[in-house]
Write a protein that binds this ligand. Structure first.
Ligand code: NDP
Length: 243
Protein backbone atom coordinates (compact mmCIF):
# COMPACT_ATOMS: atom_id res chain seq x y z
CA UNK A 1 0.00 0.00 0.00
CA UNK A 2 1.23 3.50 -0.79
CA UNK A 3 -0.34 6.92 -0.49
CA UNK A 4 0.01 7.49 -4.24
CA UNK A 5 -3.17 9.19 -5.56
CA UNK A 6 -4.89 9.11 -2.18
CA UNK A 7 -6.86 12.28 -1.45
CA UNK A 8 -6.06 13.52 2.03
CA UNK A 9 -7.63 16.48 3.83
CA UNK A 10 -5.46 18.10 6.51
CA UNK A 11 -6.54 20.72 9.04
CA UNK A 12 -4.03 22.92 10.82
CA UNK A 13 -1.80 22.66 7.77
CA UNK A 14 -0.50 26.24 7.65
CA UNK A 15 2.45 25.39 9.92
CA UNK A 16 4.15 22.72 12.01
CA UNK A 17 3.00 19.10 11.89
CA UNK A 18 0.14 19.72 9.43
CA UNK A 19 2.39 21.50 7.00
CA UNK A 20 5.14 18.86 7.23
CA UNK A 21 2.55 16.13 6.68
CA UNK A 22 1.06 17.87 3.65
CA UNK A 23 4.51 18.29 2.13
CA UNK A 24 5.61 14.71 2.81
CA UNK A 25 2.36 13.21 1.52
CA UNK A 26 2.56 15.33 -1.63
CA UNK A 27 6.16 14.18 -2.19
CA UNK A 28 4.85 10.62 -2.01
CA UNK A 29 2.19 11.26 -4.65
CA UNK A 30 -0.89 11.96 -2.52
CA UNK A 31 -3.32 14.75 -3.37
CA UNK A 32 -3.52 17.03 -0.37
CA UNK A 33 -6.29 19.47 0.48
CA UNK A 34 -5.17 21.75 3.26
CA UNK A 35 -7.08 24.00 5.62
CA UNK A 36 -6.30 26.54 8.36
CA UNK A 37 -7.07 30.22 8.98
CA UNK A 38 -3.92 31.85 7.54
CA UNK A 39 -4.47 32.09 3.79
CA UNK A 40 -1.01 33.48 2.94
CA UNK A 41 0.64 30.42 4.40
CA UNK A 42 -1.81 27.96 2.80
CA UNK A 43 -1.30 29.64 -0.56
CA UNK A 44 2.50 29.46 -0.29
CA UNK A 45 2.46 25.77 0.73
CA UNK A 46 0.06 24.85 -2.06
CA UNK A 47 2.04 26.75 -4.69
CA UNK A 48 5.30 25.10 -3.58
CA UNK A 49 3.78 21.64 -3.74
CA UNK A 50 2.24 22.20 -7.15
CA UNK A 51 5.43 23.80 -8.57
CA UNK A 52 7.32 20.71 -7.46
CA UNK A 53 5.02 18.38 -9.37
CA UNK A 54 2.64 17.52 -6.53
CA UNK A 55 -1.10 18.02 -6.28
CA UNK A 56 -2.49 20.35 -3.66
CA UNK A 57 -5.37 22.70 -3.07
CA UNK A 58 -6.42 24.81 -0.10
CA UNK A 59 -9.50 26.23 1.53
CA UNK A 60 -9.41 28.79 4.34
CA UNK A 61 -10.92 26.94 7.29
CA UNK A 62 -11.70 27.71 10.90
CA UNK A 63 -12.26 24.25 12.40
CA UNK A 64 -14.49 25.74 15.09
CA UNK A 65 -16.97 26.52 12.34
CA UNK A 66 -18.83 23.38 11.24
CA UNK A 67 -19.68 24.82 7.81
CA UNK A 68 -16.02 25.71 7.16
CA UNK A 69 -14.98 22.11 7.73
CA UNK A 70 -17.81 20.81 5.55
CA UNK A 71 -16.67 23.22 2.84
CA UNK A 72 -13.11 21.92 3.14
CA UNK A 73 -14.22 18.32 2.70
CA UNK A 74 -16.53 19.30 -0.17
CA UNK A 75 -13.67 21.20 -1.77
CA UNK A 76 -11.63 17.97 -1.73
CA UNK A 77 -14.55 16.04 -3.20
CA UNK A 78 -15.17 18.61 -5.93
CA UNK A 79 -11.48 18.92 -6.79
CA UNK A 80 -10.34 15.29 -6.64
CA UNK A 81 -13.58 13.24 -6.56
CA UNK A 82 -13.08 11.42 -3.24
CA UNK A 83 -11.72 11.72 0.29
CA UNK A 84 -9.51 8.82 1.34
CA UNK A 85 -8.43 10.32 4.64
CA UNK A 86 -8.81 13.33 6.89
CA UNK A 87 -6.10 14.40 9.33
CA UNK A 88 -7.86 16.38 12.08
CA UNK A 89 -4.73 18.10 13.28
CA UNK A 90 -5.52 21.76 14.08
CA UNK A 91 -4.79 22.59 17.69
CA UNK A 92 -3.88 25.35 20.15
CA UNK A 93 -2.04 25.25 23.47
CA UNK A 94 -2.16 28.50 25.49
CA UNK A 95 -0.91 26.90 28.72
CA UNK A 96 -1.59 28.47 32.12
CA UNK A 97 -2.22 27.54 35.74
CA UNK A 98 -5.89 26.95 36.47
CA UNK A 99 -5.89 29.54 39.27
CA UNK A 100 -5.24 32.25 36.66
CA UNK A 101 -8.78 31.60 35.40
CA UNK A 102 -7.95 32.15 31.74
CA UNK A 103 -11.42 31.07 30.79
CA UNK A 104 -11.23 32.39 27.23
CA UNK A 105 -8.14 30.26 26.65
CA UNK A 106 -9.85 27.20 28.17
CA UNK A 107 -12.76 27.70 25.80
CA UNK A 108 -10.46 28.21 22.83
CA UNK A 109 -8.72 24.88 23.52
CA UNK A 110 -12.05 23.09 23.94
CA UNK A 111 -13.37 24.65 20.73
CA UNK A 112 -10.36 24.02 18.50
CA UNK A 113 -8.92 20.83 19.96
CA UNK A 114 -12.16 18.95 20.69
CA UNK A 115 -14.98 20.52 18.67
CA UNK A 116 -12.62 21.03 15.73
CA UNK A 117 -11.92 17.29 15.64
CA UNK A 118 -15.64 16.50 15.98
CA UNK A 119 -16.42 18.89 13.12
CA UNK A 120 -13.85 17.03 10.99
CA UNK A 121 -15.45 13.69 11.84
CA UNK A 122 -18.94 15.05 11.12
CA UNK A 123 -17.86 16.36 7.74
CA UNK A 124 -15.85 13.33 6.60
CA UNK A 125 -17.61 10.31 8.09
CA UNK A 126 -20.76 10.40 5.90
CA UNK A 127 -18.60 10.82 2.79
CA UNK A 128 -16.41 7.86 3.79
CA UNK A 129 -19.40 5.67 4.67
CA UNK A 130 -20.92 6.42 1.27
CA UNK A 131 -17.62 5.63 -0.47
CA UNK A 132 -17.24 2.45 1.57
CA UNK A 133 -13.77 3.40 2.71
CA UNK A 134 -11.88 6.10 4.58
CA UNK A 135 -9.35 6.83 7.28
CA UNK A 136 -9.82 9.36 10.07
CA UNK A 137 -6.58 10.43 11.74
CA UNK A 138 -6.70 12.68 14.79
CA UNK A 139 -3.84 14.45 16.54
CA UNK A 140 -3.58 13.57 20.20
CA UNK A 141 -0.44 14.13 22.23
CA UNK A 142 1.66 12.63 24.97
CA UNK A 143 -0.78 14.88 26.89
CA UNK A 144 -3.46 12.31 25.89
CA UNK A 145 -1.63 10.05 28.37
CA UNK A 146 -0.47 12.22 31.23
CA UNK A 147 -1.23 15.58 32.80
CA UNK A 148 1.40 18.15 33.82
CA UNK A 149 1.03 21.42 35.73
CA UNK A 150 -0.19 24.29 33.47
CA UNK A 151 -1.56 21.73 31.00
CA UNK A 152 -4.74 20.61 32.78
CA UNK A 153 -7.14 21.94 30.16
CA UNK A 154 -4.86 21.17 27.20
CA UNK A 155 -4.40 17.59 28.42
CA UNK A 156 -8.15 17.41 29.06
CA UNK A 157 -8.77 18.22 25.40
CA UNK A 158 -6.19 15.67 24.27
CA UNK A 159 -7.62 12.95 26.56
CA UNK A 160 -10.94 13.76 24.90
CA UNK A 161 -9.45 13.38 21.42
CA UNK A 162 -8.09 9.97 22.48
CA UNK A 163 -11.50 8.90 23.84
CA UNK A 164 -13.32 10.13 20.73
CA UNK A 165 -10.85 8.33 18.47
CA UNK A 166 -11.26 5.08 20.37
CA UNK A 167 -15.06 5.36 20.38
CA UNK A 168 -15.07 6.07 16.66
CA UNK A 169 -12.79 3.09 16.04
CA UNK A 170 -15.16 0.80 17.93
CA UNK A 171 -18.22 2.10 16.10
CA UNK A 172 -16.96 2.54 12.58
CA UNK A 173 -16.69 -1.10 11.58
CA UNK A 174 -14.89 -2.24 8.49
CA UNK A 175 -15.25 0.79 6.25
CA UNK A 176 -13.46 3.49 8.20
CA UNK A 177 -10.06 3.20 9.87
CA UNK A 178 -9.19 5.42 12.83
CA UNK A 179 -5.72 6.45 14.01
CA UNK A 180 -4.59 8.67 16.86
CA UNK A 181 -1.21 10.31 16.31
CA UNK A 182 0.28 11.26 19.68
CA UNK A 183 3.40 13.40 19.36
CA UNK A 184 5.80 14.39 22.09
CA UNK A 185 7.39 17.84 22.08
CA UNK A 186 7.82 18.86 18.48
CA UNK A 187 9.46 21.94 17.05
CA UNK A 188 6.50 23.98 15.79
CA UNK A 189 4.64 27.22 16.51
CA UNK A 190 2.44 25.54 19.14
CA UNK A 191 2.34 27.54 22.37
CA UNK A 192 3.49 30.80 20.80
CA UNK A 193 0.32 32.26 22.32
CA UNK A 194 1.35 31.45 25.92
CA UNK A 195 1.29 34.74 27.85
CA UNK A 196 3.01 33.63 31.09
CA UNK A 197 6.74 34.27 30.63
CA UNK A 198 7.86 31.41 32.88
CA UNK A 199 5.70 28.86 31.09
CA UNK A 200 6.77 30.17 27.70
CA UNK A 201 10.42 30.01 28.81
CA UNK A 202 10.01 26.40 29.99
CA UNK A 203 8.54 25.39 26.65
CA UNK A 204 11.39 27.14 24.83
CA UNK A 205 13.84 25.06 26.86
CA UNK A 206 11.98 21.81 25.98
CA UNK A 207 11.95 22.79 22.33
CA UNK A 208 15.75 22.71 22.23
CA UNK A 209 15.61 18.92 21.97
CA UNK A 210 12.23 18.68 20.27
CA UNK A 211 11.35 16.33 17.44
CA UNK A 212 11.15 17.63 13.90
CA UNK A 213 7.58 17.84 12.53
CA UNK A 214 8.79 15.59 9.71
CA UNK A 215 9.11 12.73 12.22
CA UNK A 216 5.43 13.07 13.06
CA UNK A 217 4.54 13.33 9.38
CA UNK A 218 6.33 10.00 8.82
CA UNK A 219 4.07 8.39 11.42
CA UNK A 220 0.99 9.61 9.56
CA UNK A 221 2.36 8.09 6.37
CA UNK A 222 3.05 4.82 8.24
CA UNK A 223 -0.58 4.62 9.37
CA UNK A 224 -1.85 5.39 5.87
CA UNK A 225 0.37 2.86 4.12
CA UNK A 226 -0.80 -0.23 6.00
CA UNK A 227 -2.80 -2.91 4.16
CA UNK A 228 -6.60 -2.84 4.41
CA UNK A 229 -6.83 -5.31 7.28
CA UNK A 230 -4.26 -3.49 9.45
CA UNK A 231 -5.60 -0.81 11.78
CA UNK A 232 -2.95 1.41 13.38
CA UNK A 233 -4.96 2.66 16.35
CA UNK A 234 -2.31 4.90 17.82
CA UNK A 235 1.21 6.07 17.10
CA UNK A 236 2.92 7.58 20.15
CA UNK A 237 6.16 9.25 19.09
CA UNK A 238 8.30 11.14 21.53
CA UNK A 239 11.84 12.15 22.16
CA UNK A 240 14.02 9.38 23.52
CA UNK A 241 14.61 9.42 27.27
CA UNK A 242 11.62 11.50 28.33
CA UNK A 243 9.50 10.20 31.23
P1 NDP B 1 1.36 24.82 15.07
O1 NDP B 1 0.97 25.95 15.94
O2 NDP B 1 2.58 24.97 14.24
O3 NDP B 1 0.16 24.38 14.15
C1 NDP B 1 -1.18 24.46 14.58
C2 NDP B 1 -2.05 24.54 13.36
O4 NDP B 1 -3.41 24.60 13.78
C3 NDP B 1 -1.77 25.76 12.52
O5 NDP B 1 -1.78 25.40 11.17
C4 NDP B 1 -2.94 26.68 12.82
O6 NDP B 1 -3.22 27.45 11.66
C5 NDP B 1 -4.03 25.64 13.06
N1 NDP B 1 -5.18 26.18 13.79
C6 NDP B 1 -5.23 26.73 15.02
N2 NDP B 1 -6.49 27.14 15.30
C7 NDP B 1 -7.24 26.82 14.21
C8 NDP B 1 -8.60 26.98 13.88
N3 NDP B 1 -9.47 27.56 14.71
N4 NDP B 1 -9.02 26.56 12.67
C9 NDP B 1 -8.16 25.98 11.81
N5 NDP B 1 -6.87 25.79 12.06
C10 NDP B 1 -6.41 26.21 13.26
O7 NDP B 1 1.51 23.57 16.05
P2 NDP B 1 1.65 21.98 15.79
O8 NDP B 1 1.97 21.69 14.40
O9 NDP B 1 2.54 21.51 16.85
O10 NDP B 1 0.18 21.50 16.15
C11 NDP B 1 -0.50 20.54 15.41
C12 NDP B 1 -1.19 19.58 16.35
O11 NDP B 1 -0.19 18.82 17.05
C13 NDP B 1 -2.05 20.23 17.43
O12 NDP B 1 -3.25 19.50 17.57
C14 NDP B 1 -1.21 20.09 18.69
O13 NDP B 1 -1.98 20.09 19.85
C15 NDP B 1 -0.54 18.76 18.42
N6 NDP B 1 0.66 18.47 19.20
C16 NDP B 1 1.78 19.23 19.07
C17 NDP B 1 2.90 18.99 19.84
C18 NDP B 1 4.10 19.86 19.79
O14 NDP B 1 4.98 19.73 20.66
N7 NDP B 1 4.25 20.73 18.81
C19 NDP B 1 2.94 17.83 20.77
C20 NDP B 1 1.72 17.07 20.79
C21 NDP B 1 0.63 17.38 20.03
P3 NDP B 1 -3.88 28.91 11.61
O15 NDP B 1 -3.31 29.70 12.76
O16 NDP B 1 -3.47 29.39 10.26
O17 NDP B 1 -5.36 28.68 11.70
Amino acid sequence: MTVQDKVIVITGASSGIGRATAELLAEKGAKVVIGARREDSLKEITENINENGGASSYQVTDVVNKEDVENLVNHALNTYGKVDAIFNNAGVMPLSNLEKLKIDDWNKMIDVNIKGVLNGIAAALPVMQKQGHGHIINTGSTASHHVAPTAAVYAGTKYAVKAISEGLRQESGKDVKVTLISPGVTDTELGNDITDENIAGGLKEQRKSALSPRVIAESVVYALEQPDHVDVSEVLVRERGLG
